[in-house]
Design a binder for this molecule. Structure first.
Ligand code: NAD
Ligand code: UD1
Length: 336
């Protein structure tokens, strides 16, 4: 089977490509390196010993995308490409709406023209918004986001649903990721944020390695067991494996299927700090400051639908996620 992976040089994409290559799938990656580095492709080859086909292209480049679809018999697309920094989406909304929406629309048009109608889309737990109660279930109402990035996910989910409604030949899988952590066990690939990290773990590992003086903990007055925000952290390798299972499901079904990819467990920011310290024998200096605007108190998944219908479950614990994140950071202090 031939899988086109947009954004396959990124954090989740690269881990997914490894799983696909190890499963002997033909993999074509399209990425413009807007948030990744070419070195990741060498690392993927080192880990798997297998070749992939790579195009350094913007998914908005209709002619280039059309050529790729004409050159290869693509069975299914996994669509990771997009911008994901929440704070930047607030200060530069047009950049986010343009890349995430226009890029996806061009991709879908080219797919339609070439009769490829199977797609797996990277959505986010952010679509559950601020009013739903945990655990989040796929049947809950969505429709509110706290930032433009979140709105791009909501709108893209809607576009994909409308497309499927208009043409029953489409098979659409919406994967709502919770919070990925960790890295491949080799320590050869991992999360490599450009500039100041937005997310908790890459910031924390940069503190651990001495690049930043301390971690800022956003708020200690949430209604949680220790007052800090609670999230559902999932190992990125298990998240990647969820895509393999999603491919099988997608090819066997038509219409739209939505799945939460999370563990179902919630951990606080202080839980993460303590577990990281214990797992890696390091001390993390931190300071508690005000809440970050737009953050919610608690988010974790009800992953039972994915467990049952995809035959997929995430088992790796926080201790392992912290070890693997640190292994990657120590081996690659400056990223790729
Ligand atoms: P990432 O930034 O590491 O990977 C995205 C990749 O897409 C990058 O390699 C980037 O260069 C590429 N890209 C962006 N725009 C492109 C374009 N127009 N043409 C070609 N390539 C382009 O992000 P990630 O963490 O791997 O996330 C992958 C997807 O999952 C994104 O859509 C993201 O919004 C979504 N997601 C991520 C998280 C998370 O915590 N990491 C959570 C929920 C959802
Ligand atoms: C964030 C985004 C979400 C996006 C996801 C992946 C927001 C509001 N949400 O999720 O839309 O899908 O990233 O990109 O930005 N924290 C600190 N200090 C830090 C960083 C984070 O205390 O330096 C806390 C946060 O308050 C939160 C937890 O750590 O409680 C996790 O934060 P983060 O890693 O940014 O993920 P989310 O906010 O869950």
């Amino acid at each position: 089977m031939t899988v086109l992976v947009t954004g396959g040089a990124g954090y989740i994409g690269s881990h997914t490509v490894i799983e696909l290559l190890n499963d002997n799938q033909e993999v074509i990656v399209v990425d413009n390196f807007s948030n990744s580095k070419p070195e990741v492709l060498n690392r993927i080859q080192m880990i798997t010993g297998k070749q992939l086909i790579f195009y350094e292209k913007n998914i908005e480049d209709r002619m280039a995308m059309d050529k790729i679809f004409k050159q290869h018999a693509i069975d299914i697309v996994i669509h990771f490409a997009g911008y994901k920094a929440v704070g930047e989406s607030v200060t530069q909304p047009l950049k986010y709406y343009h890349n995430n929406l226009s890029g996806t629309i061009v991709l879908l048009e080219v797919m339609q023209e070439n009769q490829v109608k199977n797609i797996i889309f990277s959505s986010s737990a952010t679509v559950y918004g601020e009013t739903n109660r945990v655990p989040f279930k796929e049947t809950m109402t969505t429709g509110e986001a706290s930032n433009p990035y979140g709105y791009t996910k909501l709108v893209l989910e809607k576009i994909l649903q409308d497309l499927s409604q208009s043409d029953p030949d489409w098979s659409v899988t919406l994967l709502r990721y919770f919070n990925p952590l960790g890295a491949h066990e080799s320590g050869l690939i991992g999360e490599d944020p450009q500039g100041i990290p937005n997310n908790l773990m890459p910031y924390l590992t940069q503190v651990a390695i001495g690049k930043r003086p301390k971690l800022l903990v956003f708020g200690k007055d949430y209604p949680t067991h220790d007052g800090t925000g609670v999230r559902d952290y999932i190992h990125v390798v298990e998240l990647a494996q969820g895509h393999q299972k999603a491919i099988k499901h997608n090819l066997e079904h038509q219409g739209v299927a939505i799945f939460n990819l999370g563990t179902g467990h919630g951990y606080s920011v202080l839980d993460i700090i303590k577990t990281f310290e214990k797992a890696n024998q390091v001390t993390i200096p931190y300071e508690i400051i005000d809440r970050r605007p737009g953050d919610i108190a608690i988010a974790y998944a009800d992953p039972s639908k994915a467990n049952e219908e995809l035959d997929w479950e995430a088992f790796k614990d926080l201790y392992t996620m912290c070890q693997d994140s640190w292994h990657w950071q120590k081996k690659n202090p400056d990223g790729f």
